[in-house]
Design a protein around this ligand. Structure first.
Ligand SMILES: [Zn+2]
Length: 355
């Protein structure tokens, strides 16, 4: 190799055997204009020197090709190593892969444990809420009159299983199986309470409907009734007759309200009762409102408990403005007081706003 002013000259001498004269093959690499490079090839067989010019672009292209080649072979190596690792069993490859697997397993394990801890905390909160619900349930139980022995909170299936709120702090962290166990127990607990709450709801609902349909609110907002239920002297004949209702004297036009919800089955003028209204409350209970000056309802109307249905008057066989009020069970007059006493404390007029 010769070096002459920025030129590299590579000369190869070969073929020097016997009679044949040795041949010289030379490559001259010379810098041309700027970054360009000129390569000149000299060989005895060539009639003239061959030259080619390499620009920067050629250089970059060659470099890229080299890079692609290196990366491609590396990728191929990796692919072959990983796909045939089972057959190859190279100790170092095996070790590397094991370390990778162990790292991943440890990460997964940590992830699962962290998740279980978070879920266990949630489970603990749910159990605390369930206990609050228990307390509420016991109070409601007392109100509804559902027998406590029907639902014993103290002897629940699954109670006393894994309690995440306590075992979470214990050294062995909660495992998946324990967590599942605790969750199953909680589901059973919730189902049990759900059944219980449904029973209480049904009881309360029935009570509510019954109290709504029983004529327990006073039909006129007065505290005094002149004539009670039972034997009395008839004001017209002077003879002793049975008074089959109670009378509420009040000025004409005073509102009469329904003693319970129901359906109007009579709204008519009666020779004795005058303008009369009858409301059917179901269970063969009917209330009768007599001597009204005005009826606000017609047959078939649905009446709410406490609804304004008529106005006080003195129509029919009456000596003065009052409401004659009857409660009939299976067509037989009952003492309305029995019902009104049952509803005492509910008031009368304030009930109008409550449905
Ligand atoms: Zn009367």
């Amino acid at each position: 190799m010769h070096l002459t002013r920025g030129c590299f000259i590579f000369s190869f001498i070969y073929g020097s055997s016997g009679r044949v004269a040795p041949r010289v093959f030379s490559i001259i690499i010379a810098r041309a204009n700027g970054p360009e490079m000129q390569i000149i090839l000299l060989h005895p067989r060539f009639t003239q020197a061959r030259s080619l010019t390499l620009t920067l672009r050629h250089g970059l292209l060659a470099l890229s090709l080299l890079l692609v080649l290196v990366l491609g072979s590396a990728a191929l190596m990796t692919f072959l190593t990983l796909t045939h690792v089972g057959d190859i069993r190279l100790p170092w490859v095996q070790k590397m892969l094991d370390a990778g697997n162990q790292g991943e397993a440890a990460r997964n394990d940590r992830y699962v444990r962290e998740n279980i801890a978070a879920m266990a905390m949630k489970l603990g909160e749910m159990q605390a809420q369930l206990m609050r619900l228990d307390a509420l349930g016991e109070r409601v139980q007392g109100l509804s009159g559902v027998k406590p022995e029907e639902f014993n909170f103290k002897e629940l299936p699954g109670r006393g299983g894994a309690e995440p709120s306590t075992s979470r702090a214990a050294p062995p962290p909660l495992g998946i199986s324990q967590f599942q166990q605790a969750l199953d127990a909680l589901v059973v607990d919730i189902e049990h309470r759900s059944d219980y709450m449904n029973a209480v709801e049904t009881t309360l609902m029935f009570d509510k409907i019954r109290s709504k349909l029983l004529p327990t609110i006073q039909p006129v907002n007065v505290t005094y009734n002149a004539s009670g239920f039972g034997w009395r002297l008839d004001p017209f004949t002077g003879r002793s007759t049975f008074h089959e209702g109670i009378d509420f004297p009040a000025p004409t036009g005073t509102p009469i309200i329904a003693a319970a919800g129901g359906v109007v089955i009579a709204a008519e003028f009666h020779p004795q009762f005058g303008n009369m209204l009858e409301i059917d409350h179901g269970n063969e209970i009917v209330t009768r409102y007599a001597h009204a000056s005005r009826l606000l309802m017609k047959v078939g109307d649905i009446v709410q408990r406490g609804q304004h249905v008529a106005d006080i008057g003195t129509t029919g066989r009456s000596t003065g403005a009052h409401l004659h009020f009857e409660v009939l069970v299976k067509g037989v007059q009952q003492d309305p007081h029995k019902f009104l006493i049952a509803g005492s404390g509910q008031g009368s007029v304030p009930q109008q706003t409550r449905k």
